[in-house]
Write a protein that binds this ligand. Structure first.
Ligand SMILES: [Cu+2]
Length: 191
């Protein structure tokens, strides 16, 4: 009897909660529109923030050719970055004058590694900061980075200390590259 009464009470409470739900949702929406306090600035996700920043730059530029703009291409590149930074396996070893990283993965990560490392090696080489080459290996790519002057112990130590993750951030081509992809620059993927 007690159990049955409790069961009924629980059912009544549930029904009341369900009936109240739409009202609560309406209340939340009203509060959302009426909010005048500070809004949070954290975007919640790095790729989202990166795209939002590029959108702001494109909108602020009166010369932006919106018929060529391709933010989905930028999103695809950011997915590649996520694969390489977060999911690739890296085996690093010292080589004379620098280091070599064998970067491998499975599935979609393999293509992301190949796309990113070949263009990054090219960009590093162009910028002259380091010598960089990338060669295809099974399931990925091998990146070799050496100092232009292999007797410069400080630079050699720095390359080894930076390792794959650090080297990935080197050079000042990356931000330009993102903007070029978003603008629909035909050569964006080569830089
Ligand atoms: Cu990038």
């Amino acid at each position: 009897m007690i159990a049955r009464t409790l069961g009924i009470l629980a059912a009544v409470a549930l029904a009341a909660a369900l009936a109240a739900a739409p009202a609560a949702a309406q209340h939340d929406m009203a509060a959302h529109h009426a909010a005048t306090g500070p809004l949070p600035t954290a975007p919640g996700q790095a790729a989202f923030a990166t795209i939002a920043e590029v959108v702001a730059i494109l909108k602020a530029d009166s010369t932006t050719d919106w018929s060529k703009v391709n933010l989905d291409a930028l999103r695809q590149h950011l997915i590649d970055m996520d694969e390489v930074v977060m999911r690739a396996s890296v085996a690093k070893r010292d080589v004379p004058g620098g280091m070599q990283a064998t970067v491998t993965g499975t599935g979609r990560t393999v293509d992301a590694i190949r796309r990113m490392l070949s263009s990054h090696a090219m960009a590093l080489e162009d910028e002259g900061l380091y010598h960089a080459t990338a060669e295809r290996v099974a399931n990925g790519m091998r990146l070799t980075v050496t100092a232009p002057d292999t007797t410069d112990a400080r630079v050699v130590a720095m390359i080894r200390g930076l390792g794959f993750a650090g080297i990935l951030t080197e050079g000042d081509h990356h931000a330009r590259h993102h903007l070029a992809i978003a603008r629909g620059d035909a050569h964006a993927h080569e830089r």
